[in-house]
Design a protein around this ligand. Sequence first.
Ligand code: NAD
Length: 471
Amino acid sequence: MVKICCIGAGYVGGPTMAVIALKCPKIEVTVVDISVPRITAWNSDQLPIYEPGLDEVVKQCRGKNLFFSTDVEKHVSEADIIFVSVNTPTKTQGLGAGKAADLTYWESAARMIANVSKSDKIVVEKSTVPVKTAEAIEKILTHNSKEIKYQILSNPEFLAEGTAIQDLFNPDRVLIGGRETPDGQKAIQALKDVYAHWVPEDRIITTNLWSAELSKLAANAFLAQRISSVNAMSALCEATGADVTQVCHAVGKDSRIGSRFLNASVGFGGSCFQKDILNLIYICECNGLTEVANYWKQVIKVNDYQKNRFVNRIVSSMFNTVSGKKIAVLGFAFKKDTGDTRETPAIDVCNGLLGDKARLSIYDPQVTEDQIRRDLSMNKFDWDHPIHLQPASPSAVKRVNVVWDAYQATKDAHGVCILTEWDEYKTLDYQRIYDNMQKPAFIFDGRNILDGAKLREIGFIVYSIGKPLDP
Ligand code: NAD
């Protein structure tokens, strides 16, 4: 029986391994992590992450061929294939701070593999890493022993949070990069055999190691750039009377462009887009490609601009001050169907409003009060742009109230702002909400999920991203 071990039981390691275990009943899969609470949660009914469909997949195979454990060394030493899916955040200090990927966790995982391995291993980069990381990993792995053979593969993960299980069941592609030697090709085949249990052959792409590593950064940079392009256009729409939804519909009909992922919003968030573009910028700079680095910097600058623009629009619409006013914030997660708040635009928007002394009443169906308070108070690393919003001071965080119901959040509020596109916000009783708010009642739809015309009929003053403003 092939044994797989995955180091890192996070948003990627947990769901990807659960799906491999489900689709490959003859493979034993163990996910290990140094975090005891995370592993305890994976072994309980309250999984550590919220992801539609994940509970069912885990329930079907946990205890049969899917295991979660903190005994990292034991399971690594017994495995044939080791996936490494640890976090690779942006470095916050030292060389490359604010841009380069922090590979501390990766390096310590690689050193541990080198120390405990007693047989040949295939080591798979599942985490998103800078191009050429495999070269460094190889050096670390082989420093201990020349007898044990390691093959490093790059198999970046393209799942999106909120649709992870769907994406894993039916991926657009699975990418496997490896060495062009016979042993490298054998390792690629071994990993292909795993995915071939459910992924059609023509969706499994094989490349050299560096192309696979760079493709993941490129894919995230392209996706984020698309969002920033639409958001940049939304500002121009507001200035000219065009409607960004109509523009995107017309533009997206061009089959070379396509209509998916073409929505204006308050900005992108999540743990990956900004981090991976910063990583790309750093790699370009290290290779002397300043103009290319500047091109990608602009994607992040437009994203920051969009978040600032949204805050400024709220404040200027509400007679140039939100001091003492109650603003209901609907949504804190960086997108719907996840409880993940890493780099969520809600942090910057809420801190911007708190900076103008607003009182906030926040409701998100999947984010806890503790998480929100932690996020709002944390220090953010300013990578190199002048318009970054500041973290909230302890006294500002006291003006935050976290509630478990949209009607409670909006009661007596002066304004409502929608920061996550949760489906349940689309079907709220907005007449009831209007009746219980201060007047004039404002709605700022940061995700363009509501029907502005209907809200205006009720009496709201409405701002939607990239749409004509209220007369
Ligand atoms: P995460 O923070 O949720 O999980 C990482 C886990 O690794 C943590 O639980 C941590 O305790 C564990 N870990 C760290 N060092 C360890 C060690 N030495 N031994 C054992 N466990 C260790 O991160 P994530 O969101 O799952 O992302 C993991 C990687 O996948 C990152 O490189 C990320 O860029 C990439 N990625 C993420 C997504 C996503 O949507 N979250 C999508 C594609 C790729």
